[in-house]
Design a protein around this ligand. Structure first.
Ligand code: ATP
Length: 740
């Protein structure tokens, strides 16, 4: 096979489990088949991006990694990406010890994949001495066919061809492709009108909306902006539209009074920011310079000149894409492997039995679960408290009281182990010139707390700050919000819309953390400074879907998470007319489930856009391969693995959107097919996992406006208890699907 060149961003998508067959459906990837090379690029890549060149001379069928490693593709590509990032960092190349690197002249060999891998394959790679530090993966050896680097050098007479011209052609084609995707909008006026009517804004003017809002919505919109307001409501209750109407109303009132006003609507993702922009546009106000709508991270990057200078050259890890999250998890798994094969022995005896058994286990699923918990600990505990590695930081960490939602750690010895792994994780990010969004925001907060900002605040701050998706904001981000207002003399006025249940563990912990005093420094105003409003009508979906959503809601474990979580679901009603009951289809095998999903897509296709929402991302590779097959079946299929991807979908009226459930947040579809549902354990030890899966199931089902099809299969344990109960209560129609 001819060589393949990909960028780090493109490789990241493959590392997140995307099947190579699904590349044409991915909103983020573009492949260009040139005469002497295939080139895989991601949206946002620059022409001068570093290149990962894979020689593929021994490949027959597998497109990305050595043939014998195709079952471990994600892990192999994750390590390749890690290697490329290390290669481009100035200074000598350093690789983790457990990669067992070996160098000879320009070649470097290292294990291609973490254990278990019986062949112990090693890559033979090279870092080119060009400006971009391109990397070449020449070949992979196995223990059966061990090739010493010296022998390889002697035998490898291949000169690396010059791919520059083909790269430029591919790059131009990719730019045109992504631009086209962004703009795809039907040319037919009639269709365009229908789409406008279908969007969240429905094509209604501000006045029409003010007529249409329900009493709860109106109460919030007309409330006195003299103090902060929290708006809570379940999925589909109109939080986004209501918050936007309030922002517009305050802006119009200030204009009437000839007052100068600056309003910020902060979101967690670009997709919601774009949606709010579109709602404002659709209402026909023309240009609104007094209204800024941005993700908070963007505000940080725009507003902190100090940070952007320091941050130059580093890239952000763990942005709002699935590949970013996967990358952090893989990175922590690598650090764990290094730690347990080395210094762990010196900590081991002092740690608790519970933590010891987790670190001792080499079972990949246990390792991943531990990496998840550490990721949460690093972000929501250490990052949120702005504890960065350095002298005395360990002592600050040991003082953080433990709360029920945190990783269970028995005492200081356990915390010392976690802190050590944290320091290694941060060092490893440094080695790859990566920064986390928590680091960006922590630096930003430092800037906002400076005297400089105190002076600038009057001119650059905002009079009113609105926050949609508040449930996604961690304590660090919440603190940032408080410094963005203009008037230092009064409490910051913040209007926030939230639904904590939509936020899978990683992020919702932010709300939990807000309730703990442990993290200190929180500037949250006292509760009497905040007025609470509730939305009690759901406008997105039918009463039948709402009944199922309520049932799932009652299955959430009861944490003592404070008032944010105390939504009284009993009083919530659907404002839509009745529809059909959701359907639960149990199939004999995974393959049978895929056949039935295909059939469901075929049956629902003429009914409007369909979401295929995957609850458990561990099954993502399987469903991304299914997306490729649906596409071959002549359906229009888009894969969504980042909240930014959703922009290109807003104007599409038909087609299938396949993605991990959490990346479908904020979107709505006439029909939703929900699949990849794991067993949801009732084990009290697994309470975090249970919450995460229930949250994702809730998110997935609540994307639908009219029809919900839920598919499960016997290979994966059939329907989880929460859905079996729903069937017993007659909330879903349970049916047996295909057997094989
Ligand atoms: N008063 C209303 N009358 C008619 N339709 C409404 C009303 N309020 C909201 N909607 C519609 O309900 C749908 C859901 O609205 P929106 O996206 O604002 O809800 P949300 O609470 O932000 O949802 P989620 O939390 O799931 O993102 C949209 O199609 C919106 O146009």
């Amino acid at each position: 096979m001819k060589p393949l060149i990909m960028t780090v961003a493109a490789a990241g998508e493959i590392a997140s489990g995307l099947s190579p067959d699904a590349i044409p459906s991915s909103a983020r990837l573009f492949v260009s088949n040139q005469p002497s090379v295939d080139i895989l690029l991601a949206a946002g890549d620059g022409e001068d991006a570093q290149r990962i060149i894979v020689m593929r001379s021994e490949n027959d069928a597998e497109l990305i990694v050595p043939e014998h490693l195709s079952t471990r593709r994600s892990d192999v590509v994750s390590r390749m990406t890690n290697f490329a990032e290390r290669a481009r960092t100035p200074g000598p190349l350093s690789l983790p010890t457990h990669w067992h690197q070996y160098k000879h002249n320009r070649y470097i060999a290292f294990f291609a994949v973490p254990p278990p891998e019986v062949n112990r394959s090693r890559w033979i790679a090279e870092v080119l001495s060009n400006k971009r530090s391109d990397v070449v993966f020449w070949a992979a050896t196995t223990s059966k066919r061990e090739v010493q680097l010296e022998e390889f050098e002697a035998a490898n007479a291949v000169e690396l061809p010059d791919f520059d011209e083909e790269w430029s052609i591919a790059f131009a084609a990719a730019a045109a492709h992504f631009e086209q995707e962004r703009r795809t909008e039907p040319v037919d006026v009639e269709v365009r009108l229908r789409i406008r009517e279908n969007s969240v804004a429905k094509g209604w003017s501000y006045e029409q909306w003010m007529e249409a809002v329900d009493d709860d919505q109106r109460a919030f919109i007309t409330a006195d902006p003299g103090k902060s307001i929290r708006l809570r409501g379940p999925a589909g209750s109109g939080k986004t539209i209501t918050l936007t109407l309030k922002a517009i109303r305050e802006m119009l009132r200030a204009k009437e009074r000839n007052e100068d006003i600056r309003v910020l609507v902060a979101t967690h993702s670009w997709s919601i920011a774009t949606e709010i922009d579109q709602i404002v546009d659709a209402m026909g106000f023309g240009s609104t310079p007094e209204l800024d709508v941005f993700p908070l991270l963007e505000v940080a990057q725009n507003m902190a000149p100090i940070y952007s200078e320091n941050g130059a050259g580093s890239s952000l890890v763990g942005d709002d894409s699935y590949s970013g999250k996967r990358e952090q998890l893989d990175q922590i798994r690598e650090v764990l492997a290094d730690f347990t094969s080395g210094d762990w022995i010196t900590y081991r005896d002092a740690t608790s039995e519970a933590l010891r058994s987790r670190l001792d286990s080499s079972e990949p699923t246990h390792r991943t679960a531990l990496a998840w918990d550490l990721l949460v600990e690093f972000g929501s505990v250490l990052g949120a408290a702005r504890i960065w590695p350095g002298a005395g930081s360990d002592l600050r960490y040991y003082k953080v009281p433990r709360a029920a939602w945190m990783l269970p750690l028995a005492g200081r010895a356990d915390m010392r182990v976690v802190y050590e792994i944290y320091c290694r994780h941060m060092a490893s990010l440094d080695e790859r010139q990566l920064v986390t969004s928590d680091q960006v925001l922590s630096d930003f907060l430092g800037f906002l707390q400076s005297r400089n900002w105190n002076r600038l605040r009057r001119s650059h701050g905002y009079d009113l700050v609105f926050v949609d998706e508040f449930h996604y904001f961690n304590p660090l981000e919440r603190q940032v919000l408080h410094y963005l207002t203009r008037d230092v003399a009064v409490y910051p006025k913040i209007f926030m819309a939230m639904d904590p249940r939509q936020s899978p563990s990683l992020d919702f912990l932010g709300s939990a953390a807000d309730q703990t005093t442990s993290l200190g420094e929180s500037d949250s105003p006292d509760d009497d400074q905040v007025a609470n409003f509730e939305l009690t009508s759901v406008h997105r979906f039918t009463p039948q879907i709402l009944t199922l959503v309520k049932h799932i809601h009652h299955n959430f474990p009861t944490f003592d998470l404070g008032q944010d979580w105390d939504i009284d679901f009993a009083g919530i009603e659907s404002a839509r007319s009745a529809g059909s009951l959701p359907v639960l289809i149990s199939c004999g095998t995974r393959a049978a489930e895929e056949i039935d999903i295909y059939r469901a897509v075929r049956d629902l296709y003429s009914h409007g856009r369909i979401a295929v929402a995957v609850v458990d991302t561990r099954q993502w590779d399987r469903f991304s391969a299914l997306a490729a097959r649906l596409r071959q079946g002549k359906f229009h299929v888009s894969i969504i693995t980042s909240q930014a991807d959703t922009d290109s979908l807003r104007n599409r009226h038909h087609g299938v959107v396949v993605g991990p459930a959490e990346y479908l947040a904020g979107l709505q579809f006439p029909s939703a097919i929900v699949a990849g549902i794991p067993e949801i354990s009732a084990d009290p030890q697994a309470v975090m996992e249970r919450t995460r899966f229930l949250s994702l199931l809730y998110l997935a089902i609540s994307r639908a406006e009219e029809k919900v099809h839920i598919l499960v299969n016997d290979d994966d344990g059939g329907a989880p208890g929460v859905l079996r109960d729903a069937a017993d209560k007659g909330l879903v129609v349970a049916a047996r699907g295909s057997e094989v």
